[in-house]
Design a protein around this ligand. Structure first.
Ligand SMILES: [Zn+2]
Ligand SMILES: [Zn+2]
Length: 236
């Protein structure tokens, strides 16, 4: 059942049109639903689709995408559902800018395979990447939170808000050292609360991995040892 927090008054007035092709009917028509590309098998370290590398070890098995990233979860604890291009990209852009998320809910519900993955991973809480404050007043619905809520309902896990954005100063123009001392996220809970917890971090689109890396770093610095990543889309 949808929670009140998912309720968006704008959706009451939204026309019943496919967000991708505009055809009358559902928010995502069957044809456009089929055009979404699931993430194929890929890099043994990060899952980047289409990469065939032999070793799964973090030192030797990375691909062009994951080599620069430190502190990635294991490949088994990283998951994205769809490729972020063509129909997938069009759908998400429309859903986001119209604050009309019903089509996205439909992609995750019923999330049987996803629930199985969450259960197999042993995750205990689901934590969305927080929306940056400057964006919040323009767009009150954080897609990451909406996605996290759907996963929580399916997997019967608590939704937690254990991260907040640091009062953001633009990082543009800061030297590398300056960037590191200006982390983007702050963990809001104590090491005691984090102890022994496996946290599933949720975001809408995985692009460079820098947002999820920064969020993971904040959790790790606060004492969280086990982290996984889920995103609805992955950019290639
Ligand atoms: Zn369509
Ligand atoms: Zn990789």
């Amino acid at each position: 059942m949808a929670s009140w927090a998912d309720w968006n008054p704008l959706e009451l007035f939204a026309p019943k049109l496919c967000l991708v092709c505009g055809q009358a009917g559902e928010a995502l028509c069957a044809q456009c639903r089929r055009a979404l590309e699931p993430i194929a098998a890929g890099c043994r370290r990060c899952g980047y689709p289409g990469i065939q590398n032999k070793s799964g070890s973090p030192q030797s098995g990375g691909c062009f995408w994951c080599k620069p990233l430190r502190g990635l979860p294991s490949a088994a604890d990283m998951k994205s559902q769809f490729v972020y291009r063509n129909a997938g990209k069009a759908l998400f852009q429309q859903a986001k800018f119209q604050t009309y998320f019903r089509a996205i809910d439909g992609l995750l519900d019923p999330p049987d395979a996803l629930v199985a993955w969450i259960k197999a991973g042993g995750f205990q809480v689901v934590c969305p990447i927080p929306e940056r404050f400057e964006r919040m007043w323009r767009r009150p619905f954080n897609p990451a939170e909406r996605i996290a809520r759907i996963l929580c309902r399916g997997a019967e896990l608590p939704l937690v808000h254990w991260l907040r954005c640091r009062g953001q100063r633009s990082q543009v123009g800061l030297a590398r050292k300056g960037r590191r001392s200006n982390p983007r996220f702050i963990c809001t809970v104590s090491a005691e609360q984090l102890a022994g917890k496996k946290v599933l971090l949720v975001d809408d689109v995985l692009t460079t991995g820098s947002t999820l890396s920064a969020a993971s770093r904040a959790l790790r610095m606060a004492g969280c040892a086990q982290i996984g990543w889920f995103t609805l889309f992955r950019a290639l």
